[in-house]
Design a protein around this ligand. Structure first.
Ligand SMILES: [Zn+2]
Length: 67
């Protein structure tokens, strides 16, 4: 891999995104990675911001639809 490290495996849930509460044995979403199982590094956060900025994720609308 020549890419910079964009994300690291969450040490708390080891990539599962779910942790087990020791008290009751219940499964809950990992608070450290928000259930993703991976945590973005500083490089990863920059890439995320870059992509969201340039792709306009969540705000762009497709107007060029051919019937
Ligand atoms: Zn986690």
């Amino acid at each position: 891999m020549s890419l910079p490290e964009l994300e690291i495996l969450c040490w708390k849930c080891w990539g599962s995104g779910i942790i087990q509460m020791e008290d009751h044995g219940q499964m809950m979403e990992c608070p450290d990675c928000n259930g993703l199982g991976w945590i973005p590094t500083e490089d990863g956060k920059r890439i995320l911001a870059f992509v969201q900025k340039h792709l306009g994720i969540g705000i762009e609308e497709e107007d060029e639809e051919s019937p």
